[in-house]
Design a protein around this ligand. Sequence first.
Ligand code: UDP
Length: 460
Amino acid sequence: MGRQAVKIPGPLGQRGRGRRRLPLRRTLLPAARFLGDLLPRLLDMGLAAALLLVISPLLLARGVASVLQTGRLFDFDELIGRCRTRIHRLRFAGSGPLKGLAVWFSVLKGDLALVGPRPLSPAEAAAVPVADAVRFSVRPGLVTPFGVKRQVGIAHLGESRIDRDFVYAQSVKGDLGLAARSMVTGVLGGGAARETPPLLNFFGIPILNTSMAEAVDWLMAVGASGHGAARQLAFVNPDCLNIAWHDAEYRAVLLAAARVLPDGIGIHIGCRMQGVALRENVNGTDLFPLLCAAAAERGRSLFLLGARPGIAASAAERMQRRYPKLRIAGTRDGYFDVAEEPAVIEQINASGADLLLVAFGAPRQDVWLHHHRDALAPPVRMGVGGLFDFYSGRIPRAPVWMREIGLEWVYRLLQEPGRMWRRYVIGNPLFLYRVWRQMLSPERFALPPERVPATTEPTP
Ligand code: UDP
């Protein structure tokens, strides 16, 4: 009897098309890896060399000025670089303009890259958590992922975590994209340091200038309080403020809310026009996962009301998969008539939820919450717009690069041009025009004095 070859199922039993080429691969792979590592460095060096060449007359003049002033050409900051080695970030010695141009010599030398985590001082480097130490495996950069996000107010995860994610996902294409985005955010968020007042004023409506982390803490604290301390929170974008400009009822609701939070790049630009700075873009869509994480950790429960049938339930299910300890007290769609309202409110109250999120779109959701404020039991009530559509996956959100340069609204416009053109194409310039009008006659748009202490009250 002839011996039969035993067939092993699965990949082990297959010869594999590439097997014969294995020795070739073994030689080529390290070479490819080496080139992959080298390419960004070559790009940085090429760019720095080209730039230094182009601006060489300026460098010469600046260098002569430095030597005449101080007898030295350069000063430097000693910082922590790749593999925790000490590096020098150069600047021209003495006082006067163009001192910073010398930093391109640090790039040429290899101490800095064009894109990378921020170079840290020795004390800062010692404080980096072990889990995020991977940031030291790459050269620190002139353009930093955290800096780009912070300039448009979407750096919610903290620098250490953003740097870690950057290092794991780094590529030449990604670096070039980040450098391009930093030019855009530099124009939007750059310029001189501005004051960040605790309250922003848009059309006489006080908007709390806060951070995502602080807003979540506040929600958790109020969520633990009883019905007597119930608070309503609203997010406003330029479209909401345009509505509040002529809708007296909505305006009164925003004035009565415990907190109004700034949502979107339009508010950021409006702040710049007024000569102040927005601390963070505290929008409901970015806040939601942080809220779910905190609620899961601290045992607070959520009720999701609104959007088309099945959408709130699907968003709830997805978030529960992401945060297994998250307690969803109940969900319900947002398509019911006035006669059904008592039953809806009864369902919410019977669920025992600590936080009620209502997604009917602005201003309906905020007015509805205000109207039923005494009947509703959850201590925290907030209007969240199209949030459940995003988190159920019904409507995809703009890619991160678009959000980073403040173009999420363009993505929304392209998704639903028929519904959104008025909001964005007409609404955005109209909003900026109204901000300008407010600047011309600020006395007409003063904040109501009695609202100021209530809105800036400390965390309960
Ligand atoms: N919606 C609702 N009931 C209604 C009308 C609208 O639940 O009677 C929901 C709608 O399905 C969508 C949300 O309200 O999920 C409104 O989304 P939009 O993007 O307009 O809100 P925005 O964030 O712009 O305020």
